[in-house]
Design a binder for this molecule. Structure first.
Ligand SMILES: *[C@@H]1O[C@H](CO)[C@@H](O)[C@H](O)[C@H]1NC(C)=O
Ligand SMILES: *[C@@H]1O[C@H](CO)[C@@H](O)[C@H](O)[C@H]1NC(C)=O
Ligand SMILES: *[C@@H]1O[C@H](CO)[C@@H](O)[C@H](O)[C@H]1NC(C)=O
Ligand SMILES: [Zn+2]
Length: 426
């Protein structure tokens, strides 16, 4: 027993790169107080409460479940009575609603992203009760009228349950220890993941081995989203696709990298903190294969797909996990308030982007009729030319012309003979 402890202690002092991270419990610097942080029970009941109070703007789908049958909680937020195209008086009103999919709780030990979602929901619902045309009410009305927000509140509830029950704040995977964010059908199985079930980046036995992936594949199969964002914590960083090993070696880039980079640039300075951003394979020290955001960018062709690490502790040392991924309970309220401007920046960027896209689209559609008209005109001209040419050759009606032609030729030949030229047609 003693030598085992010795080995474990020595192990702990090894530099980071000499061991792969495992998911064993560690001595924690601090642990969450569930009067501040929502536990799984509170997450589920609070979301249900908020939705029940706002049926015209929020709907909930309990049907997507984890391996152990816990709901992943799919939220749909929009102004359900405000249909866009019917009553559009201005171009701005005619722009289709922006479809966004937000994903929380993929990694069990990352608590703060979901807390930032609660802050956002609180912000939106408070705006509903605010006086008409107050800044709060305008903000909420804008978001509800311009977006179809789909939110996977708790992607990996089984993993979260393990964290709460066993107090192993290093647990990251699903109930079987699979890292959901290495289990997707994008370069699955390469070096940027592990085949060791004890490793925190365990990819699982095969692609999509985890039923928790179904909500992503089904939703992105049913509708075309404008944007997908996967929220994490551990550092303040914005990852753009791709993250995988092959893309790094071939310098592969997603189709809409420019748009995503501009968005990331905005987000990086939206809060009082500076977030670094870039292609994930450039930013990280390692590559990641089989990630959700690569899959959604590469396979599902969603134009904007990224992962945002919302919070990090600078110069974290040691192996404790909770403090590496989450702030202290008493700082939580302030920390999520500090993150909020990032959402605001995201929403306003998307509104502007969608509007520009729509205007470009309608402009190009205006071009279509004029182009078609041009082509039709050209075809008519060609047809007429042929018709006239053919008529001259075979049509008996050409007899209408010869006399005139002979006359003109005669006069022509007489003109030509003046020049000492014998016309053969005469
Ligand atoms: C969850 O947190 C609430 C406080 O919000 C507490 O009353 C409850 O006992 C906790 N439940 C579990 C299972 O930890
Ligand atoms: C929802 O849309 C309806 C119809 O356009 C509008 O009258 C109402 O003010 C909107 N409500 C909010 C909160 O945006
Ligand atoms: C919600 O957030 C927006 C953007 O920061 C802000 O303008 C608005 O006042 C907030 N609403 C409430 C109710 O705090
Ligand atoms: Zn994560």
């Amino acid at each position: 027993m003693k030598w085992l402890i010795l080995i474990v202690t020595t192990w702990n002092f090894l530099p980071d790169f000499m061991y792969s991270f495992d998911v064993n419990p560690q001595t924690e610097a601090y642990i969450p107080d569930y009067n501040h942080y929502h536990n799984l029970t509170a997450i589920t009941s609070n979301i249900a409460d908020i939705v029940a109070k706002n049926p015209s703007f929020m709907r909930i789908d309990w049907s997507y479940k984890s391996k152990e049958n816990r709901p992943q909680i799919l939220l749909h937020i929009t102004n359900f009575t405000g249909s866009v195209s019917h009553s559009a008086h201005t171009l701005q009103e005619a722009v289709p609603k922006i479809r966004v999919l937000l994903s929380y709780g993929e990694h069990a030990r990352e608590f703060i992203p979901i807390e930032s979602l609660f802050y956002l929901l609180q912000n939106l619902t408070s705006g509903l009760g605010a006086p008409h045309d107050s800044p709060e009410e305008i903000f909420t009305r804008t978001i509800l009228s311009k977006f179809n927000l789909y939110i996977i509140v708790m992607a990996n509830p089984d993993g979260r349950k393990i964290v709460e029950k066993t107090k192993n704040y290093c647990w990251r995977g699903t109930s079987t220890g699979v890292d959901l964010n290495r289990n997707f059908d994008w370069e699955f199985g390469n070096a940027g993941s592990s085949n060791n079930p004890k490793d925190e980046e365990y990819r699982g036995k095969h692609v999509f081995s985890e039923i928790e992936s179904k909500v992503y594949t089904e939703l992105t199969g049913q509708q075309s989203f404008d944007a997908f964002i996967s929220f994490h914590s551990g550092i303040r960083q914005i990852y753009l696709p791709y993250a995988d090993t092959k893309s790094k070696s071939t310098v592969r880039e997603p189709p809409h990298l420019k748009t995503m980079t501009t968005l990331a640039e905005h987000l990086s300075v939206a809060t009082k903190y500076k977030y670094s951003y870039g292609k994930a394979y450039d930013l990280g020290f390692y590559t990641a294969d089989g990630t959700i955001f690569d899959y959604i960018a590469g396979k599902k062709q969603v134009p904007i797909s990224m992962a945002i690490e919302l919070w990090g502790k600078s110069n974290h040392k040691g192996l404790s996990c909770f403090d590496q991924f989450n702030p202290k309970s008493r700082h939580l309220k302030q920390e999520v308030a500090d993150i909020h401007p990032l959402y605001v920046s995201l929403f306003f960027f998307l509104i502007k982007w969608k509007q520009e896209q729509f205007i470009t689209l309608t402009d190009s559609m205006k071009d279509v009729p004029s182009m078609t008209f041009g082509y039709i005109l050209l075809i008519i001209v060609i047809f007429l030319t042929f018709f006239v040419a053919l008529q001259r050759k075979w049509c008996p009606c050409t007899k209408l012309f010869p006399r005139k032609r002979v006359i003109s030729l005669k006069s022509l030949s007489s003109t030509i003979t003046v020049w000492g030229f014998k016309s053969s047609s005469a």
